[in-house]
Design a protein. Structure first.
Length: 114
């Protein structure tokens, strides 16, 4: 079992930055991959970025060059640094862990608005 708790969401103006954190606990030693997903109102949940235990990363085209995923093995915490935020980044952001089984956090709201 893996427990995931996100934090760091909030309201930010366009062009601003936020850093999301995801604290992982439980049987984290066997996590294969972790990632961030988001779901905007009326839309399906979509991948934002993932990172494997070996450090390989994947980003959605919409966030490449603006967002950076890091962590996983260090301090059992996953991060998502979000820069140059746009209104279309507004969503609930979810942390995910793949351990063979799939685990989700409760989500943290990010709102980008002037």
């Amino acid at each position: 079992q893996v427990q995931l708790v996100e934090s760091g969401g909030g309201l930010v103006q366009p062009g601003g930055s936020l850093r999301l954190s995801c604290a992982a606990s439980g049987t984290i030693f066997s996590i294969i991959k972790m990632g961030w997903y988001r779901q905007a109102p009326g839309k399906e949940r979509e991948l934002v970025a993932t990172i494997t235990s070996s450090g390989s990363t994947v980003y959605a085209d919409s966030v490449k060059g603006r967002f950076t995923i890091s962590g996983l093995n260090a301090k059992n915490t996953l991060y998502l640094q979000m820069n140059s935020l746009k209104p279309e980044d507004t969503a609930v952001y979810y942390c995910h862990a793949d351990q063979g089984a799939s685990y989700w956090g409760q989500g943290t709201q990010v709102a980008v608005s002037s």
